[in-house]
Design a protein around this ligand. Structure first.
Ligand code: GLC
Length: 744
């Protein structure tokens, strides 16, 4: 579904634009001055006309961005027109009708910076992992459309979203913002979010480019990874997202890759992003990720973000001085400006200008958006275990014990720059850290109240869990015990997978008191579960967003069928990690991603390890069967056909997954996710699917020739319900095939 490029190459556009200006009859001055407002011209032609009118200082204005919130520790106040409390601001060129860029975080909704004087209360999506766990591109698209609408309604025309770093490291504190461990799933789901966001005529980023897969020493660590392995893992996720969604901007990351900071890394920013992938937007830095002027600009950085977070305003006056001295050619400054302005035209920022910047949104919008986020949370929850069909809860259940996780007040969110402040404020204020990267936020959507609302005749009682004896006593006197466990994770630090504050002991105590115990997990990602064999049921709801309590209640009572599938593997214990230490002790800051592209389930397969719960795993309240698997060639594409039938007693959604394996080996791991679909089926209903396989998923990347290569031979295609539960298999003979690094 590659977007057709209607853009002429830059030089052609420039020539046409120049001719248009010189040959045109002398029109009225301001009409001539505004030729670039002609929407019949391409974004490149319009940008060439506009940039040709700019002074050097005006060009520099567009490549230099400010933090938009006061930073007292830097003695910094943002420019007057910045939207206080938000992420960033780049002044416009009013003389030429080029608007300012008002930038908001992030991928979960319109965020507010911790130091803001006033909080924008907006709708929070469930975490990025929850959306990925829906395996439903429509869910990602709807969520992106909604947060993009809130961004536009709030007066922002750039949203710093599209987070697609792979969950390579289970301890990464930002995994909750990302889209899982597999490049195909992550790339497609992130692309859909970006498409949804940009349907609001605003720019979305995709970030953090690249290999920013942990938070420990994020500003200095140097990622060492085989270049070909990077192309088949982290970079493939970005490539799929970028080619499907064409985001307006890519945000380069804090870390180094192959010895150079990402924001001055020619291999990443010029060779891969531009030459190989042909992407035409602009590269902005992360906030404090710029480290030079001419070097960064010549390597491909187009805009420095977040002044004053860098140690110098590199793209401020130092950039003009570098041009003046001839250290940085003016033509490069023109190109940087052109990329920003063409993107503003291409994404509609100029033709659909911001009209206002309200602090409040309409209650009607917020009510409609609460429904969007609730459905997203329901679609992304993963039923990990359900022995004896304990769930769904019976409608006539008499007594429910709700224990722990502040479930009487609300549901947990993750920390850092992506944090959305909810309507109604923090349901559990004061939890530490209250300052950056906190606050620890609970959205005021109480699972307890939602359960009570669904079943007024049921006695629903709460125990905090602080007193394990009291919790066990309540559980013993109830028909079912619901234990909520939480794991707060955040940007700027990595996490432990061990549940904190004695939660494991609490689960064990409750399970001993009542064998009908369900554990509901509100976590940033995978966690260890030493008690899993002692509980009959477990439901992973991630950080479930603004309407998380209602979503949880709907799932537990079966108003909605759980349909999520794990986008990340859950390790049994730390021995299953790809690397023991996050940073090599006493090292020089290098982190060797020796596993290469063998991330997640690929790691487990290559080491013959069995995780606690595998990638792609998830139960439903119904039952599905697969049949009629066929694999064939459709031109140069492999086509996979099969049937799915709902053989259970209730409607539900299934996610049949197809994994490919080369009979002769030669990949980073025995198998790769090749394609999937999510289907809704009524009881007895059957659906026949026909899916195409992206050839890159059958190929190996050759970094020497910069090509993808499919080796001739037999390839197996397995149809399964997870990475560890294969149902049917067919194989096919493929001819050898080689092509350049862009998709054929
Ligand atoms: C942060 C994050 C980035 C965010 C930016 C602006 O440090 O790394 O994701 O968009 O700064 O808040």
């Amino acid at each position: 579904m590659k977007k057709k490029s209607n853009q002429r190459p830059f030089h052609q556009a420039f020539l046409i634009a120049t001719l248009a200006v010189t040959m045109a009859p002398v029109a009225h001055a301001d009409e001539m001055a505004r030729r670039w407002m002609n929407q019949a011209l391409s974004p490149d032609e319009r940008a060439a006309l506009a940039v040709a009118e700019m002074t050097r200082e005006e060009k520099q204005t567009l490549v230099f961005g400010y933090f938009a919130t006061e930073a007292p520790w830097k003695n910094f106040k943002p420019p007057q027109d910045a939207l206080e409390g938000s992420g960033g601001y780049v002044p416009g060129i009013p003389r030429l009708g080029i608007p300012a860029q008002w930038e908001t975080d992030a991928g979960l909704g319109v965020a507010t910076q911790g130091g803001a004087k006033q909080k924008r209360e907006r709708t929070a999506l469930p975490s990025g992992l929850a959306t990925a766990a829906s395996w439903d591109p429509e869910v990602a698209r709807r969520g992106g459309t909604m947060i993009g609408a809130e961004a536009r309604a709030s007066g922002f025309n750039v949203i710093l979203s599209g987070s697609v770093n792979l969950v390579r490291e289970p301890r990464n504190g930002r995994n909750f913002e990302y889209a899982g461990e597999d490049p195909l799933l992550a790339g497609i789901m992130t692309a859909e979010q970006i498409l949804g966001i940009e349907s609001n005529h605003i720019i979305s980023t995709t970030k953090h480019f690249a290999l920013n897969d942990q938070e420990t020493e994020r500003n200095s660590l140097n990622v060492i990874i085989d270049p070909a392995q990077a192309r088949m893992s982290d970079l493939l996720a970005f490539q799929i997202a970028i080619e499907r969604a064409d985001p307006g901007s890519v945000m380069c990351s804090y870390n180094k890759v192959w010895g150079e900071h990402a924001c001055e890394n020619t291999a990443l920013l010029r060779d891969i992003l531009r030459r190989d992938w042909g992407w035409r937007g602009y590269v902005m830095s992360d906030w404090g990720a710029t480290h030079s002027t001419a070097k960064a600009a010549l390597a491909g950085l187009d805009q420095q973000s977040g002044n004053p977070f860098d140690d110098k305003p590199y793209f401020g006056k130092p950039l003009l001085d570098a041009v003046q001295r001839g250290e940085l050619p003016e033509s490069r400054l023109t190109e940087m400006t052109h990329r920003i302005v063409r993107t503003m035209f291409a994404k509609g920022l100029v033709d659909h200008p911001m009209k206002s910047h309200p602090m409040e949104l309409s209650s009607a919008d917020l009510k409609a958006h609460a429904e969007v986020t609730r459905r997203g949370a329901e679609a992304g929850a993963v039923l990990l275990k359900n022995d004896g069909g304990l769930l769904p809860l019976r409608a006539d259940i008499k007594r429910i014990a709700v224990i722990g996780g502040h479930a009487d007040q609300g549901v947990l969110a993750g920390g850092g720059s992506s944090l959305v402040y909810p309507v109604g404020g923090n349901a559990v204020p004061g939890l530490k850290p209250t300052g950056w990267p906190g606050p620890v936020m609970y959205y005021p959507s109480s699972p307890l109240r939602a359960l009570q609302a669904l079943s007024p005749q049921t006695q629903v009682q709460f125990a905090t869990g602080a007193d394990r004896g009291a919790a066990a006593k309540l559980a013993a006197g109830s028909d079912v015990a619901l234990v909520f466990v939480t794991q707060w994770t955040t940007e700027s630090e990595d996490a432990s997978l061990v549940l904190a504050d004695g939660q494991d002991a609490l689960v064990e105590a409750v399970a001993r008191a009542n064998p009908r115990t369900v554990v509901i997990l509100e976590t940033g990602g995978a966690v260890f579960m030493p008690w899993i064999a002692k509980v009959p049921a477990a439901l992973e709801v991630w950080y479930p967003g603004t309407s998380g309590g209602e979503a949880i209640a709907n799932l537990l009572f079966g108003k909605v069928d759980p349909s999520g599938r794990l986008p990340v593997s859950f390790p049994r214990d730390a021995s299953q990690f790809a690397r023991a230490e996050l940073v090599e002790k006493g090292g020089n800051g290098d982190v060797h991603y020796a596993e290469g592209a063998a991330v997640g389930y690929k790691w487990y397969d290559s080491r013959k390890l069995e995780p606690l719960f595998p990638f792609g795993h998830g139960l439903t309240y119904s039952k599905f069967e697969y049949s009629e698997l066929e694999v064939g060639l459709d031109g140069e594409w492999v086509n996979v056909k099969f049937a799915v039938k709902n053989v259970g007693g209730r409607a539900g959604r299934d996610v049949p997954q197809v994994y490919a394996s080369p009979a002769a080996g030669g990949w980073e791991a025995p198998k790769r996710l090749a394609t999937w679909s999510k289907v809704h089926l009524e009881p007895g209903e059957m659906s026949r699917l026909s899916l195409r396989v992206d050839p890159r998923l059958l190929a190996v990347f050759d970094a020497k020739t910069n090509e993808w290569r499919i080796a001739a031979g037999h390839y197996g295609f397995k149809l399964g319900a997870s990475a560890a539960d294969m149902k049917l298999e067919r194989s096919i003979e493929l001819a050898a095939r080689t092509w350049a690094s862009r998709r054929p």
